[in-house]
Design a protein around this ligand. Structure first.
Ligand code: SF4
Ligand code: SF4
Length: 445
């Protein structure tokens, strides 16, 4: 695409990066077929190509973002399905991140919107605050259907509906040694995952120990910054990145690390991008690049590890890899291979490439589109006649579990069980039934 950014504009590294992305786009439109919002809404302006036009016009002419432009950029899930499809290598991730930050700086949203976004940015990345918020949401949950009736309160209704019925106990966070030591890895503590599903971390630690790796939690590390990044809060996401880079750097300078392991693939995508995010910060650029190079999704790491899969649980697993695994980290197929290696029967749903609608805070900020995508995803999963659904990201697990009749687990929970670990509680209902509850819910073929 021909661009006309001035030399002065291109002196700004963010603008230069966006210009490169825009210039690579050849308008072919291949990306429209795999974009969830275009598939649902059928509007060119809700497609990657349409959004690229909007972003080009906004950035090149340094326009104040209009409500119409903001609407279409806000509707983008940042699922990055378009990046998988694009034959020209357009880096849509960096372009849309820049556009979101630009909008955040120059567009004044309605008061309710500003308040909601501030609450999300102020609560979700902080586990202690999130616990309190979830406890309150649990109490207010009966009000969700009432809130659903008023358009302005739909994000609140979505938030209440996603809150778990029971709040798990606080996750233990202790370094754990392997019986036979092959190496040492840091495990991202993160923010929402240990509050919502502490079992994921426990299963991961057991798996890593079993594979021969000591697991450490770096002091001072926290939320990866994805949540605020998707809200356009650039400075906050860079602060989170710097804090985490410094924390892992101390571990590297100490006993050293073989890898930084991430169990929430959305976070993994961002941590692998720290090198880019901090490229212009002389104090952090090299360290951030080293952290990004060390970051690995747990599936990616376990694929190379030696795990003693000695049980063959006779379960059929519907495997839905997160967009951040398929498109963000280009690791499609990793979870499936691991589950098959462990002895599970694995099935992949139709439209596996389409987002489930979770996408960070998307299912709260865009509840209608997210709900439609969630229902579509769960219908595709239900057709597989599986016993259990497995995914590799906490956001997808919450979004799918809110709609599915089947139990929803993180892949590591099944791998842990299959290699001698703990049987997930939610599978208790399946054991002993002549026909699993899953098969009872599956539509007739
Ligand atoms: S990131 Fe996802 S929703 Fe956004 S334009 Fe690309 S494919 Fe569409
Ligand atoms: S597939 Fe790539 S090059 Fe083609 S329109 Fe989409 S972003 Fe542009």
């Amino acid at each position: 695409m021909r661009t006309e950014f001035s030399a002065e504009q291109l002196a700004d590294p963010a603008m230069a990066t966006s210009e490169q992305a825009i210039r690579k786009c050849v308008h072919c439109g291949f990306c429209t077929a795999t974009c969830p919002t275009y598939v649902l809404l059928g509007d060119e302006l809700d497609s990657p190509r349409g959004r690229i036009y909007l972003m080009k016009d906004m950035l090149e002419n340094e326009r104040t973002p209009s409500p119409e432009v903001v609407k279409h950029i806000d509707r983008c899930l940042s699922c990055l399905s378009c990046m998988t499809t694009c034959p020209s290598g357009v880096n849509y991730l960096h372009l849309v991140d820049h556009a979101r930050a630009y909008i955040e700086e120059r567009h004044r949203r309605p008061l309710a919107d500003r308040l909601l976004r501030s609450v999300l940015a102020g609560v979700l990345p902080h586990p202690a605050r999130l616990r309190v918020a979830l406890a309150l949401a649990r109490l207010a949950r009966p009000l969700a259907p009432l809130a659903e009736r008023f358009a302005g309160l739909r994000p609140i209704a979505a938030m209440l509906a996603l809150a778990p019925g029971r709040l798990p106990a606080r996750a233990a966070q202790v370094n754990a040694s392997a019986p036979v030591r092959r190496g040492r890895v840091a495990l991202l503590q993160g923010c929402a995952e240990p509050v919502l599903r502490p079992e994921i971390r426990a299963a991961t630690v057991r798996l890593l120990n079993r594979a021969g790796y000591d697991v450490v939690f770096a002091a001072g590390e926290g939320c990866c910054g994805s949540l605020v990044r998707h809200l356009g809060r650039d400075a906050d996401s860079l602060d989170a990145a710097r804090r985490n880079v410094a924390a892992w750097d101390r571990e590297l300078a100490g006993e050293g690390l073989d890898a930084i392991i991430v169990t929430a693939s959305g976070c993994g995508t961002t941590i692998k991008d720290y090198g880019f995010m901090l490229r212009d910060d002389p104090a952090f650029a090299d360290r951030a690049a080293r952290v990004s190079a060390l970051a690995q999704d747990i599936g990616e790491f376990l694929l190379k590890a030696d795990l003693p899969f000695d049980q063959a649980p006779p379960l059929t697993v519907a495997c839905q890899p997160a967009c951040s695994i398929q498109h963000g980290q280009k690791l499609a197929g990793v979870s499936r291979r691991l589950l098959e290696r462990a002895g599970f029967h694995v099935r992949t749903p139709a439209e596996v490439h389409l987002c489930c609608g979770s996408a960070g805070t998307y299912n709260i900020l865009q509840p209608e589109i997210a709900g439609r995508l969630g229902d579509r995803k769960v219908a595709n999963l239900a057709r597989l006649g599986a016993d259990v659904i497995a995914t590799d990201n906490i956001g997808c697990a919450v979004q799918i579990a809110a709609r599915a009749a089947l139990p929803v687990l993180h892949v590591v929970e099944l791998l842990d069980w299959a290699s001698g670990g703990v049987k997930p509680d939610v599978l208790a209902q399946i054991e002993g039934s002549a026909e699993s509850p899953a098969k009872a819910h599956a539509p007739a073929a």
